[in-house]
Design a binder for this molecule. Sequence first.
Ligand code: ADP
Ligand code: MG
Length: 282
Amino acid sequence: MIKARDVAFEYNRRDNDNNIVSIERALDGVDFDIKPGEFISIIGHNGSGKSTLAKHLNALITPTEGTVWVDGLDTSDAANTLKIRQMTGMVFQNPDNQIIADVVEEDVAFGPENMGVPTEEIWDRVNKSLLTVDMLERRHDSPNRLSGGQKQRVAIAGVLAMKPKCIVLDEPTAMLDPAGRRDVIDAVTMLNKKEGITILLITHYMEEIIHSDRVFVMNKGRIVMEGSPANIFERAPELSEYGLGIPAVTRIAHILRNRNMNIPADVLSPDELVECILNTIR
Ligand code: ADP
Ligand code: MG
């Protein structure tokens, strides 16, 4: 679905006379392959290059060096931009910047309308997209009346209505309360498992990566670790070198294992851990 080879990206900082005063190498030798239907999480501390990478995936920016292909299309070729943008939807951090219409359903209809989708089909897509993110009963509401998590789900429905093969979410939960975060992550997980949409989820909440197939850890513009969530959580010392910690559930599981309790390595969520503890004492 997506392939990156030797990708580097440099931001030029310019002064008022437009002279380049410094060059920031935000990506530095990034390589990866993402298969259709995969769920990838990307973690890394602030400034590690996550957002810069995300913007490459729907040709918002193109590599300074190297190549990114989306479904075989080179993002650097301007003739591919429109196709790539229809294939890869983006969801950003701040829901207020992504919702433009005064009514939820009109907001979701905006994308397909712009693409020239016939009217009846637009309403079909709007219905289905809002149902998928569990926001159908709010279709006639003003987005102002929604919580942050509900707004993000409407933003996701807006992307879904364009029938993308892939959705890239750049810290979609950063501004949400815990309930809103859970609902958004549930919706994203469902899109992957039920609709088969390829997902790239950027987050700095470790507990949000547990549903993904693979995790990329970024540091200084590079992918420095890669593995399943369980594999990544087993490498706590390496993670801490990159300024990242493991979730509470994983720490508790470690402690219990050291006390000879039988907790399998694939126990990642609080529910799984509770179930496991109950089984050992039953
Ligand atoms: P992250 O999303 O992981 O926080 P970013 O991709 O936003 O990281 O940033 C990577 C690096 O690029 C940082 O050092 C950041 O300061 C720099 N950077 C990001 N955007 C710009 C910009 N528009 N101009 C100059 N430097 C930038
Ligand atoms: Mg960012």
